[in-house]
Design a protein around this ligand. Structure first.
Ligand code: CMP
Length: 196
């Protein structure tokens, strides 16, 4: 009784503390009998909760193209071996032959660049492989494995250093941000074609 007299005013000021007491003393104990809601969970205020910090990086999807210069030289397998060795999983893939107009829509962001026409012509010159890569931090990882756009500036061991012929014929394309990845994936794949 003395204990309950002490707890009741406390409970009205600090409902979370009452909840805690009910959790500890509830059920068959004296508090449980006095408060029939003994099994109701009352969360403490946010400032008393431990922040849950994720120790994992986000799983992302990114869009990837194996370009005409690479498909022509039979390098699809060698290039994908590098993506897979880096922990990227191919969750969608198809071999297609773009028209120049379709390539133009895909690279519309470069429309004003002097190399736009040459780029579209090149992308429509031979079949390409379009694919979706999935993994931890996939956008950054894909960029790292591809290497710099210009093979002359690419690091040793990267796809472009090893296989690219020039800045134009640079073997692979990869999305540069989550927003562009979403748009680029949707240009080539329906949702049901992505199998993780
Ligand atoms: P990609 O990552 O597919 O994005 C745009 C492409 O434009 C790029 O790779 C290159 O292939 C191409 N590109 C960029 N700069 C040049 C350039 N100076 N001359 C020709 N092509 C270029």
């Amino acid at each position: 009784r003395l204990l309950l007299g002490f707890l009741r005013p406390l409970g009205s000021r600090f409902p979370w503390a009452a909840g805690l007491a009910l959790g500890v003393w509830g059920g068959t104990g004296p508090v449980g009998k006095a408060f029939p809601i003994a099994h109701t969970h009352v969360s403490p205020p946010a400032k008393f909760t431990c922040p849950k910090r994720s120790t994992h990086m986000a799983i992302q999807r990114t869009f990837s193209i194996i370009k005409p210069d690479a498909t022509k030289r039979n390098l699809t397998g060698a290039i994908n071996a590098k993506f897979e060795a880096a922990g990227l999983r191919i969750v969608a893939q198809k071999r297609i032959h773009l028209t120049k107009a379709q390539a133009g829509v895909f690279y519309e962001v470069h429309k004003e660049r002097p190399f736009y026409d040459e780029l579209c012509e090149f992308m429509a010159s031979e079949p390409i492989v379009v694919q979706v890569l999935e993994g931890e931090d996939a956008i950054a990882k894909n960029s790292e494995v591809m290497g710099a756009t210009n093979p002359a500036e690419a690091d040793e061991g990267t796809i472009r250093k090893e296989f690219a012929l020039s800045i134009g014929e640079n073997s692979v394309h990869g999305s540069d941000a989550p927003e562009t990845a979403a748009v680029e994936i949707a240009y080539f794949f329906a949702g049901l074609e992505l199998v993780g």
